[in-house]
Ligand binder design. Structure first.
Ligand code: ZN
Length: 201
């Protein structure tokens, strides 16, 4: 096996992507061929940050085929994340959502206005998307929980829990939303979904 990807200082003359393709050649030769169902076996979707220090599968003890993992800068609940969660729940059988933000996030080092100005000055166009920087990571997790719970596109919103991952200790801590802030069972109509064999609860 080649050295593990991500080892410090490991950029060859060929470039890192060539190295990774070589790693994959060795990996695919080493691992037994199998075909898993497209539906995640744990019926779980995880939304988290793109941070390179968070190995979601290792940190949570997950294996291939067990969960959907959606990642973006900050683990923000954007319209595109709602799109993926809607597909995940309505077509691929997931029933729970786990949100994982983390300490020392890059989005805590910028401001929305500052980065928006930087983009505008550099390109002449202000972006249509929100930057979604934040200061307080736990407040941002609570915001994300509420965005999931309030999305009518998602039929399963009762089991959504949020966490902060410590990138140094690798430990999770849970962030709870008080019922007064919308953390209780949402009073909402049940939405029928196209999922054979599953009861809508
Ligand atoms: Zn981050």
């Amino acid at each position: 096996m080649p050295a593990a990807a991500g080892a410090p200082g490991r950029v060859s003359a060929m470039g890192i992507i060539d190295d990774l393709v070589a790693n994959n050649r060795a990996y695919s030769a080493d691992v037994e061929e199998s075909h898993l169902p497209v539906e995640p076996s744990s019926h779980l979707a995880i939304v988290t940050c793109m941070d390179s220090r968070l190995d979601v599968f290792a940190a949570l003890g997950l294996g291939d085929g067990e969960a959907h993992v959606l990642r973006n800068a900050g683990g923000v609940i954007t319209d595109d994340v709602i799109r993926s969660l809607a597909l995940s729940q309505r077509k691929l059988g997931t029933r729970e959502v786990m949100l994982i933000h983390h300490d020392d996030c890059g989005l805590q080092t910028i401001t929305d206005d500052g980065f928006r100005d930087e983009l505008r000055e550099s390109t002449g166009i202000a972006p249509a998307f929100a930057i979604e920087s934040f200061v307080d990571v736990e407040a941002d997790v609570r915001q994300s929980i509420l965005r999931v719970r309030r999305s009518d596109f998602l039929p399963y919103r009762d089991s959504v829990r949020g966490f902060v991952y410590d990138v140094d200790t690798h430990a999770l801590r849970e962030v709870v939303v008080e019922p007064a802030a919308g953390g209780g069972d949402p009073d909402r109509p049940v939405v029928e979904v196209n999922a054979p064999g599953e009861e809508v609860v």
